[in-house]
Write a protein that binds this ligand. Sequence first.
Ligand SMILES: NC(=O)c1ccc[n+]([C@@H]2O[C@H](COP(=O)([O-])OP(=O)(O)OC[C@H]3O[C@@H](n4cnc5c(N)ncnc54)[C@H](OP(=O)(O)O)[C@@H]3O)[C@@H](O)[C@H]2O)c1
Length: 355
Amino acid sequence: MPTVPPVPAVPAVPVVNAVPRADATVPSTMTAVVQDRYGRQDVLEVREVPVPEPGPGQVLVEVVATSLNAADWHIMAGLPYVARLAVGPLRPASRVQGRDVAGRVRAVGAGVTAVRVGDDVVGRPGVRDLDGGGFAQYAIARPERLVPKPPTLSFEDAAAIPLAASTALLGLREGDVGAATRVLVNGSSGGVGTFAVQLAVALGAEVTGVCSTRNVELVRSLGAHHVVDYTRGDVTRRGERYDVVLDMVGTASVHALRRVVTPDGVLVLGGGGKGRWLEPMPTIAEAHLRRAVLRQRVRPMSEAATHEDLAELVTMAGDGRLRPVVERVLPLTQAREAMRHLLEDHARGKIVLVP
Ligand SMILES: NC(=O)c1ccc[n+]([C@@H]2O[C@H](COP(=O)([O-])OP(=O)(O)OC[C@H]3O[C@@H](n4cnc5c(N)ncnc54)[C@H](OP(=O)(O)O)[C@@H]3O)[C@@H](O)[C@H]2O)c1
């Protein structure tokens, strides 16, 4: 991965820079954001629950910071309905969500040798049927989903990275983005988009970001060569074409987005939409159908990031070559407000929660 140019400072946020206590012992109960049913953010309840026990091949992490992702909204809402087949038909199989974690290893299950108690780590927690997500004081993770946290990276910034930055990297990889590729990132000021812009610039691409007026300067500060304000016109009707279009919004049709892709370019669909029944399945089905008949490639993002991908992203952030954009750091107990802000106010970059 080439070097990312330094990113100018983004507007200041009240960062807590928490560190775990060196002498902490694991209690039997913990504060967690628990979800017993699907619904709006009022299904998220702050409760005292047992600390989960790491099983064989699992790790208990004391959570110093976690962050919100669109995936947490999907599981909170249980939408699209079809997704409930995977995450729990009547209620979530795991009652504690949270797909990112930065913290300190406090216990390891049988057979774990890759991490040790006391290691500071960052990664993707959660094990089906166990209340082990990141929205809690302790989370369960598999060691292959954790990487060392560099000392130069705060826990809050680290927690912003795993799912969103991996998604951005995979999206750019789907588009074979490289030097001189003309890339359009639709949704460039959000959790995934802020990473996608920086990574595409690092790969040598000429990057255009799309966002609303208030975020234009932010996206420019991340290195975007051009920024389009979607409140001032439809980006699919400007007559410009790009080699790769990374769509992190999901509101425009594949048909409309194809207008901005060069004849042999790639449209990468990352945005899920907020439909109730099948979204984004119809868009993905359309993508597969079009792929069969068009020279333009339309690719849904489906592949999972590897351990090496996560390690590289975290190393880049530790070196200052990749800057997590953290809009807010809130106490875990304000998870409802954080989710409301993510959905209704269009968060910029990531929202981090600290237990
Ligand atoms: N977070 C993840 O790791 C992850 C993983 C897999 C898939 N996804 C999918 O990727 C999508 C984006 O996720 P995210 O976490 O980056 O969301 P997000 O933080 O809510 O960001 C949404 C972005 O879309 C922009 N936007 C909103 N309406 C727009 C419009 N009409 N035209 C152009 N841009 C518009 C927003 O800009 P303004 O704020 O300036 O309005 C913002 O930049 C979601 O659909 C999610 O399901 C996310």
